[in-house]
Design a protein around this ligand. Structure first.
Ligand SMILES: [Zn+2]
Length: 335
């Protein structure tokens, strides 16, 4: 049954007007900001510490990516089921609702679209008991508005236990608006139940780092600066004079007078460990020696060692190369 808790959204509503702090915590759990509060904020996987509920290469001894935060439940109903209201992290619109849990390991999930400092960013809330009844694609939501109830839905064999109940929360950027077409061409025999909202088309930012950075810097927080300040995993060349990522995230493009004068034929792109293109340098034909569509220019081996789980590049016979996943990412980026 749906019961809208009135106190919480009202009491947090004023926060959304505070300076450049666009993001609110997605539940009433605030232990993220309390010293030593991690155990009360994150839910680890079975038998593993809380760190396995954070973002990054935190699963399977560092070889499996967890692309969001698993945020611990605070409220239970009389059957001991999770009952926390899930709140819109920022003002935005409903981009996607999956209400057929059997179609995803995310179970019932909701994606909201936000435009902050001109940046199109998405928030995702998964394993929901239910999305707020009546909420539909295109609806506007306010920051802190109740959009769902926490649950433990999923299509995985091993169900999420009551004990481990949590909301899985992500911040994402969309790789390519033409994803469904690319997927049909690249994987003709595979189903795509979620269109452009397929996980392969979403690149997660670390929500813990983002929320802590916002908390620390207060009104000085800048989402643009946060995205710009990633650690480089590798640098690649992509031949694409109309890179959609450069059009959608123009603040990531570095000025290059040569390309500006002679015309752009492609971009040198810096990727973080999760494949996020966070710095793009346009290049002119006179600056490019290769004829290839993609080329791996350099790899930060220390970063690859520390965050190996996306497996975008690997070393073979002393030489670094792009893996299949690395190539897929660049194909999708330039599709
Ligand atoms: Zn999760």
């Amino acid at each position: 049954m749906w019961a809208a808790p009135l106190l919480l959204p009202l009491s947090v509503a004023w926060l959304s007007t505070a300076g450049a702090q666009p993001f609110l915590l997605p539940t009433a759990n605030r232990a993220l900001f309390e010293p030593g509060g991690e155990e009360r904020y994150f839910v680890g996987t079975v038998g593993k510490p809380w760190t396995s509920g954070t973002f990054g290469c935190v699963r399977s001894e560092g070889w499996q990516l967890h692309e969001g935060l698993d945020i611990r439940c605070l409220q239970r109903d009389k059957h001991n089921e999770p009952a926390d209201p899930v709140l819109a992290t920022a003002a935005g619109t409903v981009a996607y609702i999956n209400s057929r849990p059997s179609l995803s390991n995310y179970g019932n999930y909701l994606i909201l679209r936000h435009v902050i400092e001109g940046v199109e960013i998405y928030s995702l809330y998964a394993h929901l008991r239910e999305v707020r009844p009546g909420l539909k694609h295109g609806d506007e939501v306010k920051a802190g508005e109740v959009v769902a109830t926490m649950g433990r839905t999923s299509n995985t064999q091993q169900a999420i236990s009551k004990d481990r109940a949590h909301v899985h929360f992500e911040f994402d950027l969309v790789v390519n608006e033409k994803f469904p077409e690319w997927y049909r061409k690249t994987f003709p025999t595979q189903r795509n139940d979620h269109g452009g909202w397929n996980g392969q088309n979403l690149i997660g930012l670390d929500p813990r780092l983002l929320l802590l950075e916002q908390h620390r810097s207060g009104a000085k927080f800048s989402l643009v600066e946060f995205i710009r300040h990633q650690t480089e995993l590798c640098r690649v060349w992509v031949r694409d004079d109309h890179l959609s990522w450069a059009r959608r995230y123009p603040f990531l493009v570095k000025p290059n007078p040569v390309a500006q004068k002679e015309g752009v034929v492609g971009y040198e792109v810096a990727l973080n460990f999760n494949g996020l293109p966070y710095e793009l340098t346009p290049r002119a034909a006179s600056e490019v020696k290769t004829k290839s569509k993609y080329l791996l220019i350099s790899v930060n081996a220390a970063e690859r060692q520390q965050h190996p789980c996306r497996k975008l590049v690997l070393q073979k016979g002393g030489r670094w190369e792009l893996t299949g996943s690395g190539q897929h990412l660049l194909e999708l980026l330039t599709f």
